[in-house]
Design a protein around this ligand. Structure first.
Ligand SMILES: Nc1ncnc2c1ncn2[C@@H]1O[C@H](COP(=O)(O)OP(=O)(O)OP(=O)(O)O)[C@@H](O)[C@H]1O
Length: 247
């Protein structure tokens, strides 16, 4: 049983795709604790296993070996039904493509996961989230009437609406210009500082990683290093050093 204040945790987590000659070890016995109430970034070269790690931690992908927990619940032992429920109740997602429903308004998109779960939104919390992402005057707009940055802020509000144990963000600024990206990252940062939200973000961008409290560096399916209180310059230097070491 986990004894730390980890919001998510993996021990000896391996993920192997395919079999025989085409077998790929995407994750190789990874041990990781994602601390509650902190912002963790996952970085590493293309193909190093970042998305696979996030998907396995979030219960979106099956694992080949090891164990994964979200909060106190061991994900690896759950039935499909229990897993769906855990994801719905305890996990929020933000993707690079905003994944909003085009026919619904911003507000309807934000509350959709709660509606599907048959839960009533906590109105006070919802108001706080909407004001923090600065969407109060856009709630009746449909996604096509919003800028990319506004759409991603709707997606962030949707991820936070259920007060999940943990929010996973996969390249959340990948489709945004730098100003809109900074707004979204600023909001993610505030949700950690002001609401104690736990966030895990996969990114290629050292500037985005600098918003995190801690950066985990992946290479070839292993966590090879980590950095506390990162700055964009230090992250960039570390990544360059890895590339040189790899030749
Ligand atoms: N569904 C799959 N089937 C087979 N191999 C896969 C599958 N998904 C990922 N892989 C392989 O697993 C390894 C890790 O992939 P992953 O997408 O996790 O890397 P990543 O670090 O997120 O890469 P990127 O930065 O390019 O998104 C890669 O070698 C990839 O080709």
């Amino acid at each position: 049983m986990p004894t730390t204040t980890a919001a998510a945790r993996a021990t000896a987590l391996s993920k192997i795709y395919g079999s025989g000659d085409t077998q790929v070890t995407a994750l190789d016995a990874v041990d990781v604790d994602i601390e509650a109430g902190r912002f963790t970034a996952i970085m590493g070269p293309s193909g190093s296993g970042k998305s696979t790690l996030m998907h396995c931690l979030a219960g979106l992908d099956s694992i080949s070996a090891g164990q994964v927990w979200i909060g106190e619940t061991e994900v690896s032992g759950l039935s499909d039904k229990a897993l769906t429920q855990l994801r719905r109740d305890s996990v929020g997602f933000v993707f690079q493509a905003f994944n909003l429903i085009p026919t619904l308004t911003a507000l309807e998109n934000i509350t959709l996961p709660l509606d599907i779960a048959g839960r009533k939104p906590d109105q006070q919390w919802l108001d706080t989230v909407i004001d923090t992402v600065g969407l109060r005057d856009r709630l009746t707009h449909r996604p096509s009437e919003l800028s990319g940055g506004q759409q991603q802020r709707v997606a962030c509000a949707r991820a936070l609406a259920s007060r999940p144990t943990i929010v996973f963000a996969d390249e959340p600024t990948g489709n945004l210009d730098s100003r809109s990206g900074a707004e979204v990252l600023g909001f993610l940062r505030r949700s950690v500082d002001e609401f104690g939200q736990t966030i895990v973000m996969v990114t290629h961008d050292p500037g985005a990683a600098s918003y995190a409290d801690r950066v985990l560096f992946l290479a070839d399916g292993r966590i090879v290093d980590e950095m506390a209180d990162p700055s964009a310059d230090r992250v960039l230097e570390r990544m360059k050093a890895f590339e040189q070491a790899r030749g």
